[in-house]
Write a protein that binds this ligand. Structure first.
Ligand code: PSU
Ligand code: MN
Length: 333
């Protein structure tokens, strides 16, 4: 009996090994490249933080997008982790970008915003693009990076109960075991329905720090409570470790409230959001163009105030996310 089980196990392991070899071949082949320094860090069990690139290609204008991307990488390094900015160049997913590659993505006008559904087309056509939270989670998971930092994730758009405009970020969180550290979701979205949908998708959502409130990006108060709450990076790391340890296929959302100073400009930005939303409606802007349109418009209407807050938030998330990655790597040793 035991021999039979051992045999089955051995067969399973060897099929697994074969599959792993094949996957590796694929990973290092035409479609996927991990920067050697990042690969090394991963093999040594050092903390790595994944970073997205739609925020660079479609979330902010040049050259602020470039300085933001460079600064965020520096913050990750200063906090003891290795940054892995993820993007697509000429049909190949890159985990880790050189400064030249960052410059290219930041300054190109015709790169694509790439979520899960866009990946096959962009890769097969040899195109370049910025990966959204959804696209970046897929790449981070394939590379073996469990912690990913961004500004805000996509969600259920206002009116989404009729338009069905629900970001692929939410379904990705339901199917890919990566922890996303963000400042919650912007109030350009329907925050209540976004939280409901995350529950349906089986995503464990936790507010980070003192407050139990789910933050709304520019404001630390969304009016909604987060289902769970972690005090510090150690508790956050334990939460991620239990997800990975159980082999759950779903991800975790850690929502970090914005620093107090940024929350002050919250009302100004809230008014701009209302105006941007009504402009998007009257212009008939839908689909993947909607989020970039709203972000651009809000920045214009607030004379760059929203961009300043955006930058401060991302930097804060990068610091918190790196500390979580460091704490997680200690737990796994
Ligand atoms: N929210 C922001 N800034 C951003 C995005 C969202 O405040 O840059 C980007 C992220 O890359 C996110 C994507 O994954 O937009 C979501 O787009 P959509 O709503 O089309 O799913
Ligand atoms: Mn959408």
């Amino acid at each position: 009996m035991i021999a039979k089980i051992t045999y089955r196990l051995a067969r399973h392991v060897s099929t697994e090994a074969h599959r792993t070899t094949q996957v590796r071949r694929f990973l290092h082949g035409a479609y996927f490249r991990i920067q050697p320094s990042i690969q090394e860090a991963l093999m040594e069990g050092r903390p790595v933080v994944a970073l997205e690139s739609t925020i660079i290609t479609h979330g902010m204008a040049y050259p602020q997008n470039l300085s933001m991307a460079r600064e965020v990488e520096k913050i990750v390094m200063r906090n003891g982790a290795v940054p892995a900015t993820i993007g697509i160049l000429r049909g190949q997913i890159h985990v880790g970008l050189t400064d030249e590659e960052l410059q290219f993505l930041a300054s190109s006008k015709n790169v694509i915003k790439v979520s899960r559904r866009d990946l096959p087309y962009v890769l097969s056509q040899g195109l370049s693009g910025g990966t959204t939270v959804s696209g970046t989670m897929i790449a981070a998971h394939k590379a073996g990076i469990p912690v990913f930092v961004t500004g805000g994730i996509g969600g259920v758009h206002r009116g989404g109960e009729n338009t069905l405009d629900v970001s692929a970020d939410l379904t990705e969180l339901g199917r890919t075991p990566v922890a996303v550290v963000s400042a919650g979701v912007k109030s350009i979205l329907d925050i209540g329905r976004t939280l409901e949908y995350l529950e349906t998708q089986g995503v464990c959502v936790a507010a980070f720090g003192e407050s139990r409130m789910f933050p709304a990006f520019f404001s630390s108060q969304s009016g909604f409570q987060a289902p769970y709450h972690v005090q510090d990076e150690e508790e956050a790391a334990k939460l991620i470790a239990s997800t990975l340890g159980l082999g759950l296929s779903s991800g975790v959302l850690i929502a970090v409230p914005c620093p107090q100073k940024q929350a002050a400009s919250g009302q100004v930005i809230e008014d701009a959001i209302q105006q941007a939303l009504s402009e998007a409606r009257s212009k008939g802007i839908i689909g993947k163009e909607l989020t970039p349109f709203l972000l651009r418009k809000i920045n214009e209407l607030t004379n760059g105030k929203s961009l300043d807050s955006n930058l401060a938030l991302i930097q804060n998330n990068a610091r918190v996310g790196s500390c979580i990655a460091v704490a997680l790597s200690k737990l796994r040793k």
